[in-house]
Ligand binder design. Structure first.
Ligand code: 1HN
Length: 348
């Protein structure tokens, strides 16, 4: 059964269209909208309010256990422009993950790369390829492509963080692999310093490179809020500007932390506003501290700590602070840049 897409009033041409259809061929001259003057963007500017993310995370915590099959108690941000897909923007998964007191999310690995930005709490640690990384509010934790990871809450409090993955990109490239791994069964207290931070956590000092080829992501897997806070504060002090952005980098290469995702920290002074700009590629952001407004395209979204926002490709955006506003954002910029597709414009 074929559903005819192309018809004409000329019987010969109509016959051609029928035969093309039968052979799974389509005439370009009848196809519209393949090449657009500017990007055709399906996802829309959007905000998921912290109050709902937290409340619904807690309710899921009471009703849904973590076990094999489920593995993670995660609420995915689904952009209303993406037709029901569980993606915050076309190229990024963003979600909140809720881990109750003394719960363990078991070990697995997958080719989509992930990162966590901790919204509140402490006392959870993530084991990444055997290296225990403590997680506290404001920390950025990486679980790069194909690294085993599992989460342990060794505290008496639940914990909530934002997960971001490049899953839509890896799925579009049809390169998703997944496998379960052996979970560390021991109850442990707070994680000791990770190997990763011991070896790569002091700015300006690196151990010998070693002979084995290193994978294409940062060997530093945890970026601590105290460092981010100091860097943003000193940058604002030095420039006197209303806003500062700092990029998280691989300390051995000076490049983005992972090949598919760029991570940035943003601070806007109380009463200040950031530069308005647009770029190709999509971004998700979460508010860590403070309050203000995200102006995304024509829409204004009030911001409170824990909110997650979606900034689609080529959408003009800027931030305005009431109180000093700190945000963490992830974009697909390294993918666009690697393919020669990255464009950026500052707007008045
Ligand atoms: C995943 O493995 C985690 O390990 C979180 O915490 C969110 C979303 C999709 C696929 C895998 C995690 C995920 C995920």
């Amino acid at each position: 059964m074929s559903s005819r897409r192309f018809t004409s009033s000329d019987p010969d041409l109509d016959l051609l269209y029928r035969d093309l259809d039968e052979q799974q061929l389509q005439p370009l001259w009848e196809l519209r909208g393949l090449l657009t003057p500017t990007p055709k963007v399906r996802s829309v500017p959007f905000r998921w309010p912290a109050k709902e993310l937290k409340g619904l995370g807690e309710r899921a915590g009471h009703l849904v256990t973590i076990d094999r099959g489920g593995d993670r108690r995660v609420l995915a941000c689904a952009n209303p422009g993406l037709g029901g897909a569980p993606y915050a923007v076309s190229t990024l998964w963003a979600a909140v993950q809720y881990l109750g007191p003394h719960e363990v999310a078991p070990a697995h690995r997958h080719t989509p790369a992930a990162l966590r930005f901790v919204l509140e709490g402490a006392g959870v640690w993530t084991l990444v390829d055997g290296d225990p990384l403590a997680m506290s509010a404001g920390d950025l934790i990486l679980t790069p492509s194909w690294t085993f990871h599992e989460h342990h809450n060794s505290s008496d409090q639940p914990m909530l963080w934002m997960d971001v993955l490049d899953l839509p990109v890896v799925a579009a490239l049809e390169a998703v692999f997944f496998e379960e791994g052996p979970t560390d069964e021991g109850e442990r207290g707070a994680a000791p310093e990770s190997r990763s931070e011991r070896d790569y956590g002091t700015a300006g000092l690196l151990p010998p490179p070693g002979r084995r080829a290193r994978p294409p992501y940062s060997p530093l897997l945890a970026y601590r809020w105290a460092d981010t806070d100091r860097a943003l504060g000193r940058r604002l002090e030095a420039t006197g500007a209303a806003a500062a952005t700092m990029t998280f980098v691989d300390p051995t290469r000076g490049t983005d932390v992972m090949p598919t995702m760029r991570c940035e920290a943003h601070r806007i002074r109380a009463g200040g506003r950031g530069v308005r700009s647009r770029q190709t590629g999509s971004r998700v952001a979460t508010v860590f501290r403070g309050s203000g407004v995200a102006v995304l395209g024509e829409q204004r979204f009030d911001l409170a700590p824990g909110d997650i926002i979606a900034i689609p490709s080529w959408t003009s955006w800027h931030l305005e602070a009431d109180d000093q506003l700190d945000l963490f954002s992830t974009s697909d910029a390294p993918v666009l840049a690697a393919l020669g597709l990255y464009r950026e414009e500052e707007l008045p």
